[in-house]
Design a protein around this ligand. Structure first.
Ligand SMILES: [Zn+2]
Length: 90
């Protein structure tokens, strides 16, 4: 596989393929940053991740498991919130 023309720019497909690992804290810090940067600029992925996050929250609330690191979740919510504010302003 040598099709990496944009190693610094994650595609929506790549993001969605990695998002499960991201929310579970299994991703390298560089990849987390790529995902956060992409989410800040991509409405489509933000909606998907926002929905996924709510699903995970509900799941953990009912299962009484807290495997998702709060640090990563906090950063994710921060990204989502920041972008909502930016949308309202423009
Ligand atoms: Zn995207």
């Amino acid at each position: 596989m040598t099709l990496h023309s944009h190693t610094h720019d994650m595609s929506c497909q790549q993001l969605l393929a990695s998002i499960g690992d991201y929310v579970e804290g299994d991703l390298a810090p560089e990849l987390c940053q790529e995902i956060e940067r992409h989410l800040a600029a991509c409405d489509h992925c933000r909606v998907v991740v926002d929905t996924l996050n709510k699903t995970i929250t509900l799941y953990h609330a009912s299962a009484h498991e807290t495997e998702v690191p709060s640090e990563v979740r906090g950063r994710l919510f921060q990204v989502l919130k920041l972008d909502n504010l930016r949308e309202k302003k423009s």
